[in-house]
Design a protein around this ligand. Structure first.
Ligand code: 5GP
Length: 254
């Protein structure tokens, strides 16, 4: 049997050619990186949890009419997704100050923002994913004005959904990052949510205690990352039955 063709390997995921044209198999690794990959570790079980959690969020978004790349979960570590043309921008939505916003503007972490703030960063590891303005985006042709308007609208819908889902289980959605892709239906272009939505790309704080349940646990050495992600999955009722015995290698499908 032929091995599947690897299309791309990133810091936390591997993409393989899917079984049908226009599909991709997204494999979630256990690797964690921070500070532009200066800090790295393998955290057993992280990929399994993120596969489940991303499935949960993407399916929920689909159910309320927000288009995503998610097709179906294949196994513990893999999901089938639609192939998209990724827009080379990270779209960040913030409800409370934290991380780079706090550093940039001198705001105490946890300060409530007057309204959700949408930011863009250029996806470029060599440059450390720099913050960019809408002017930069249009001048350099990374996206058109209409794309930008659609991206902001999409990101705010994701924010409303994610904030509500997390609040229902006692977790504050501080901020998150999504990636957006273009798909073509004949000559008609649409933007859809792609990549992943997981505690790797969100800040999630327990409402009562303020405990961090996201990748900051790894970035800031605050404890066990798998325990934090398991707690998020447990509260949402999406705990995989056996995290530690997950398949380590990609499996062949069909
Ligand atoms: P900040 O700009 O404060 O570092 O990050 C804002 C939010 O976006 C956080 O939830 C953070 O996890 C997420 N984020 C920003 N850049 C990246 C990235 O390159 N990878 C991932 N997984 N998340 C990111």
């Amino acid at each position: 049997m032929a091995r599947r063709k690897k299309i791309y390997e990133g810091k936390a995921k591997i993409l393989y050619e899917g079984p049908e044209p226009g599909t991709i198999v997204q494999y979630f690794k256990d690797d964690a990186t921070a500070f532009n990959a200066e800090k790295r570790a393998t955290i057993e079980g992280k990929g399994v949890l993120n596969n489940r959690l991303s499935e949960f969020f993407m399916k929920g978004l689909g159910q309320i009419g927000v288009p995503t790349h998610f097709i179906k979960r294949l196994n513990m570590r893999e999901q089938l997704v639609r192939q998209v043309e990724i827009i080379p921008l990270e779209v960040i939505v913030r409800n409370f100050a934290a991380g780079s916003l706090s550093t940039r503007l001198g705001l105490a972490e946890g300060t409530a923002l007057p309204r959700p703030i949408v930011e863009f960063c250029l996806k470029d590891d060599k440059l450390g994913d720099p913050f960019v303005s809408e002017e930069h985006i249009m001048a350099f042709g990374w996206a058109a004005q209409q794309d930008l308007d659609d991206m902001v609208a999409l990101a705010l819908r994701v924010n409303d959904f994610m904030s509500g889902v997390m609040m229902a289980v006692g977790i504050k959605l501080v901020d998150f990052k999504i990636e957006i892709g273009r798909v073509w239906d004949n000559d008609y272009q649409r933007l859809i949510v792609a990549d992943e939505i997981s505690p790797d790309s969100c800040r999630l704080w327990d409402m009562e205690t303020g405990q961090k349940l996201d990748k900051d646990v790894f970035r800031r050495d605050l404890g066990n990352l798998t325990d934090a992600y398991t707690e998020v999955a447990r509260r949402l009722g999406v705990l995989p039955s056996n995290v530690t015995h997950a398949a380590k290698k990609p499996t062949l499908i069909n």
